[in-house]
Design a protein around this ligand. Structure first.
Ligand code: ADP
Length: 610
């Protein structure tokens, strides 16, 4: 039968184009990716053999063979793994792009990162061979006894071909001629040193030529004292596909109601796509040293999804399926113990402020999402939160505990302001009173903050309050200089209110303003500006409720306006009131109709310059 030709989808072509034409810092990752795929394929065989011996060559050794020829510049990697059927060949290394592909392409274009730094993260590992080879051949036969053999071939440009071929054994062989720039990978010694670096922890023997290269060891099974930091780092890099060291780690050996060993890590940097539902956790489940599953979601709660590592338990039956792990009481117990231990690791990490700040900057956004689901450890989680505030430098954090300690005796509430940027927050008119009186305000700058803050409610009996609400308890800081007061003030405020009509809920005298003439705050039923912006983003039809306009009665503009009002200069009062209101809207990022604002402003300038 002749070879059939297939065309890659457009996004696959883009992906391959990027891989082929990128510059690499670590071109040797192709080896890591191929070995990792071979190892996965061998795991599937081992797993199936637990319950079903009826497969092709049941006795073929579960190992990876790599053969190179330095004269011919050829490379070949063979595994007796599960192999692929015809459909799988098309689906998995053919036309259908994995969900990671598009994101990979996007991230690569936007971040300017190198292809090899991103490959492992997006599940596009196989294609990394096109960094080092122009044409690649995959020969494969599925482990089902009645399977057929196939040869897949591609130059990584637009097309690939598949043909049926006679193959005796199950498994997969991938072969290619190395490009001249990469002929170093056709030498045994070079391959061995790479494998020692990246693949020492593969659970199967790897042979380069006749030599076994890796030391297969279940590091987590060893006693804590026996494992060196260096080994742990290597292990972390192996399981995470990360080039950097972990930020922190935890080695557990638990005996009692449930028995398990675990080797867990916090990465130094957040991986791409961490907030997405499909994000693959690198938390692997083993049962008695036998690999069971990647991305085991039952081991830890969602908000700790950045934890990477291995958990190995004796308390699961060997032939576990995903359904069994989900329902198993042993898993629930493991989850409960792990959650406690991992939080404890965070607590210990937080004693080193600098390290913890680094951690929180990367993963705080995820950790916070635990606030609405974590009941048992909510208080611990709250103490692990960090916030910028008016008393920290930009990028530095404080805690709720420290906030409480710094509070004045008569302060009853914890104040916060949500904003997109620290600079915007610092310039908010609403913050003037707090600055002047030295009252600390937490600055919530993370996009998830408006959501999580509602789950916080209060801390140590003190309510958390946004300073953008009308009803905060502000102390009158004495008679304001030259303020408009009494009847004059009332008359002016009510005149402005009449002008603005239902654009505002009310117009009142402000206690919080120092330098600005006016600001908008939310009434009892309203929400702060940042939350409204988020609601608007999620729902175009969202209608924000009308705000209360607060007026600074001692501001020179307001004093002037009061005089104009007395002099019955209604036209000027009207345009000033509208201008003040729209200016406040503008600061909140909510002035939609900008043309009136600008034309009024032009009018004022004409008057001022004539
Ligand atoms: P990932 O391994 O992250 O899924 P890859 O691009 O590396 O992404 O591989 C795509 C898929 O091709 C794998 O998920 C696997 O199903 C299949 N595959 C790759 N190499 C092998 C192999 N040696 N044996 C069996 N299947 C393989």
């Amino acid at each position: 039968m002749s070879a059939q030709e297939y065309e890659y989808k457009a996004e696959m072509q883009q992906l391959l184009h990027l891989i082929i034409n990128s510059l690499y810092t670590h071109p040797e990752v192709f080896l890591r990716e191929l070995i990792s795929n071979a190892s996965d394929a061998l795991s599937k065989v081992r797993f199936r053999l637990l319950t079903d011996k009826n497969i092709l060559n049941p006795d073929a050794p579960l190992r990876v063979n790599i053969r190179v020829d330095s004269k011919e510049q050829t490379f070949e990697i063979e595994d007796a793994g599960c192999g692929m059927t015809h459909d799988e060949l098309i689906e998995r290394i053919g036309t259908v792009a994995s969900s990671g592909t598009l994101e990979f392409v996007k991230t690569m274009k936007e971040s300017g990162k190198k292809a090899d730094d991103l490959i492992g993260q997006f599940g596009v590992g196989f294609y990394s061979v096109f960094m080092v080879a122009d044409e690649v051949t995959v020969e494969t036969r599925h482990m089902n006894p009645d399977s057929k053999g196939y040869r897949w071939r591609s130059d990584g440009k637009g097309k690939f071909t598949i043909e049926e071929v006679a193959l005796k054994n199950r498994g997969t062989t991938i072969s290619f001629k190395l490009k001249d720039d990469f002929k170093e990978y056709a030498y045994d010694y070079r391959l061995k040193s790479i494998i020692e670096k990246y693949s020492n922890f593969v659970g199967f023997d790897i042979y380069v030529g006749k030599d076994k290269v890796n030391t297969v060891s279940a590091l987590w099974q060893k006693n804590r004292e026996e494992v060196t930091d260096e080994e742990k780092k290597e292990f972390y890099k192996f399981i995470s596909h990360d080039f950097g060291d972990p930020l922190d780690g935890l080695h557990l050996s638990i005996e009692g109601a449930v028995n398990f060993k675990a080797l867990l890590f916090v990465p130094e940097r957040a991986p791409m796509g961490m907030f997405r539902e499909e994000f693959e956790r690198s938390l692997k489940l083993y049962s008695n040293r036998v690999f069971i599953q990647d991305d085991c979601r039952e081991l830890l709660p969602e908000y700790l999804r950045y934890i990477r590592g291995v958990v190995d338990t004796e308390d699961l039956p060997l032939n576990v399926s995903r359904e069994v792990t989900q329902a198993s009481p042993a898993m629930r117990k493991i989850n409960s113990i792990l959650t406690d231990k991992v939080l404890k690791m965070h607590e210990e990490m937080s004693e080193d402020e600098e390290k913890y700040a680094k951690f929180f900057g990367e993963f705080g956004g995820i950790l916070k999402t635990g606030l609405n689901v974590e009941m048992k450890h909510k208080d611990r989680l709250i103490d692990l939160l960090r916030f910028e505030s008016t008393k920290t430098e930009a990028g530095k954090y404080t805690t709720l505990k420290a906030y409480l300690e710094g509070m004045a005796e008569d302060q009853e509430e914890i104040y916060y302001l949500t904003s997109e940027h620290r600079k915007l927050a610092e310039r908010s008119p609403n913050i003037e009173y707090f600055k002047k009186n030295g009252i600390e305000v937490l600055l919530l700058l993370d996009p998830v903050d408006p959501f999580i803050i509602q789950f916080l409610g209060e801390y140590e009996g003190k309510k958390l309050k946004t300073i953008e609400m009308a009803d905060i308890d502000l102390k009158d800081d004495g008679e304001k200089k030259d303020a408009v007061t009494g009847e004059k003030a009332e008359s002016l405020l009510s005149a402005i209110k009449t002008i603005l009509g239902d654009k505002v809920e009310d117009v009142v005298e402000s206690k919080r303003l120092v330098d600005s003439a006016a600001t908008l705050v939310a009434g009892d039923s309203g929400m702060d500006a940042q939350t409204e912006r988020m609601m608007k983003m999620m729902n175009q039809d969202f209608q924000a409720s009308a705000k209360i306009l607060e007026i600074n009665m001692s501001h020179p503009l307001i004093r002037n306006l009061s005089r104009q009002h007395e002099g019955k200069n209604q036209d000027l009062l009207e345009s000033c009131a509208l201008q003040i209101f729209e200016g406040a809207l503008l600061l909140d990022g909510k002035l939609e109709q900008k043309s009136d604002f600008v034309s009024r402003m032009t009018q004022f300038m004409v008057q001022a310059t004539s």
